[in-house]
Design a protein around this ligand. Structure first.
Ligand SMILES: [Zn+2]
Ligand SMILES: [Zn+2]
Length: 190
């Protein structure tokens, strides 16, 4: 199980909807920049880590207006998520994704060359197959797999086509849907 840094809030200031947060970190952050504070049981507050002092382990974060900074409390501890961990947590916690059970089927794809690299683009309703850039060819069934956004497992007819897809077209495997998305759990294993 992943050990995330935890911040204990020592200072909070809200001005014009924006919240400034200061607190002591249980371990150094991986880097400064975009993070999310996990507020149990199921919300994430997006913030920007502005400063971190190694000596005293004090971090300063800025929460943009409308991000729910008012829910934070002095003295409370929050897990600090970053990078892929933050992306995955948002995938699991946000109800906006509208997950639907599906079965992967290979799709036709157009082969397009960009800067000398061969790229496959799956054919969707919004692509006019008769008017592809540079006269690209359509290859039958060339889009033959997807990857689970949480564990990167291949989703295809060989590895197993049963999966879940979000409204935005994000795929997750059956196992990750059962383990993380259904219970809205952010205890990712890597
Ligand atoms: Zn998975
Ligand atoms: Zn596969």
């Amino acid at each position: 199980m992943r050990v995330r840094p935890v911040i204990q809030v020592t200072f909070l200031e809200t001005k014009g909807g924006k919240t400034k947060v200061r607190g002591r970190m249980s371990r150094p952050p991986k880097e400064l920049g975009e993070v999310a504070l996990f507020v149990p049981p199921d919300s994430l507050i997006e913030a920007r880590m502005m400063r971190y002092g190694k000596r005293c382990c004090l971090a300063t974060l800025a929460v943009r207006a409308g991000e729910g900074g008012a829910a934070l409390e002095i003295g409370a501890k929050y897990a600090v998520l970053s990078g892929w961990d933050m992306e995955n947590a948002s995938l699991v916690l946000s109800p906006k994704h509208g997950w639907e059970e599906t079965v992967f089927k290979p799709r036709d794809a157009a082969e397009i060359t960009i800067d000398g690299y061969r790229c496959l683009v799956p054919i969707t309703g919004s692509i006019d197959v008769n008017n592809l850039p540079g006269g690209a060819a359509v290859i039958k069934g060339a889009w033959n797999h997807e990857h689970c956004a949480v564990c990167m497992q291949c989703i295809c007819e060989v590895c197993g086509p049963e999966a879940w897809i979000s409204k935005e077209g994000v795929w997750v495997c059956k196992k990750c849907h059962e383990e993380y998305i259904c219970p809205r759990s952010i205890e990712f294993h890597f």
